[in-house]
Design a protein around this ligand. Structure first.
Ligand SMILES: [Fe+2]
Length: 330
């Protein structure tokens, strides 16, 4: 896998914001800059960065003078994404590629907010499997909630050109996807949705055993992590929702890159139901073994993991919010 000089992760959408009161940080191999959307203004803006139950991160990396801009997930709503992009002053005219971690609304819902409708662009969008397009049912509440499906035509209209691959892919010579994440640790696939083969997705693109069902529990086989190897630091793993397990995601990144040292694990670790509090604590213990320099929990990680990790390894924990910029370089 390629080795880059620097990776910057700009959080565009996440579950929380935190105004102007947190300090920027300069740590070994990591700078944290807290953007509030007020840059260049003499007063606090009346238009605030917005948070919602979703995730979107813009990753910009550099290797030997070349830049790669990769969008990881689209957030939940077009309105929030459009608002945050405008306030953060983000220029996406040279976006090279996008990765959709998995086919859940809180990760794809905001895609019309990036380039608008009827875009003439064809930005490659990496997806881990046809099943990302299947209609989802969220198994919460009674009756369960229909989550809908990701519309291929609307994606194309919004400027994205889908590339399905279940094996690791190198993106613009700098980033790489995990491919299908094997279940190698204590972690099980835990995904609070079921999927409907043939609705939104094409049965022919699915595992034959799955395509016969009208509705079946999700195993997140199509889920992708997005990863980098940074010179002098090691791996950066962006595990958007970790339905195959955040430890499994890290193990896969180590295996396919041949790099053992993990500098940072960033993203949603989904240590909330259907996972248990015991599993959240076990994940902290497993992180102690992997020993990443930094852990940056976001989105669906949950309080039990966060509190336990802050107790056990506070020096590794970095809190991140909408607008936070994480700059990794040696
Ligand atoms: Fe999510």
């Amino acid at each position: 896998m390629p080795v880059v000089d620097v990776v910057t992760l700009q959080v565009l959408d996440d579950n929380a914001t935190f105004g102007p009161f947190l300090p920027d940080l300069v740590l070994p191999g990591l700078k944290v800059v807290r953007h509030t959307g007020d840059a260049g203004n003499s007063a606090m803006s009346r238009n605030a960065l917005q948070a919602e139950f979703g995730l979107s991160i813009l990753a910009t990396s550099q290797r030997a003078g070349a830049t790669a801009k990769v969008l990881v997930d689209f957030g939940y709503s077009r309105e929030t994404i459009s608002n945050n992009l405008a306030l953060l002053g983000i220029d996406l005219s040279n976006l090279d590629a996008a990765v959709l971690s998995h086919g859940h609304l809180d990760h794809y819902g905001g895609f019309p907010g990036f380039f608008g409708q009827n875009s003439s662009r064809k930005v490659p969008l990496y997806v881990g499997g046809e099943e990302a397009f299947c209609e989802r049912v969220a198994m919460i509440g009674n009756p369960p909630l229909l989550m809908g499906s990701l519309d291929r035509n609307a994606l194309a209209d919004a400027g994205f050109s889908v590339r399905i691959s279940s094996t690791p892919e190198v993106i613009k010579g700098q980033a790489f996807t995990s491919g299908t994440i094997p279940l190698v640790s204590f972690e099980r696939a835990a995904i609070p949705t079921q999927m409907r083969p043939g609705k939104g997705c094409q049965k022919t693109g699915l595992d034959p055993a799955k395509s016969k069902a009208t509705q079946l529990p999700d195993d997140a086989e199509h889920e992708l992590a997005t990863c980098y190897v940074v010179k002098g630091l090691g791996l950066i793993v962006i595990a958007s929702c970790s339905h195959r397990g955040v430890i499994n995601s890290v193990r896969q990144a180590q295996k396919i890159s041949g790099v053992d040292k993990v500098h940072a694990v960033v993203g949603g670790f989904h240590l909330v139901r259907p996972r248990t509090e015991d599993e959240a604590r076990k994940t902290v213990a497993e992180f102690a073994v992997i020993d990443p320099t930094y852990i940056v929990p976001m989105h669906c990680t949950g309080d039990v993991f966060t509190q336990e990790a802050l107790r056990v390894m506070p020096q590794k924990m970095v809190r991140s919010y909408v607008g936070t910029e994480l700059i990794f370089s040696a």
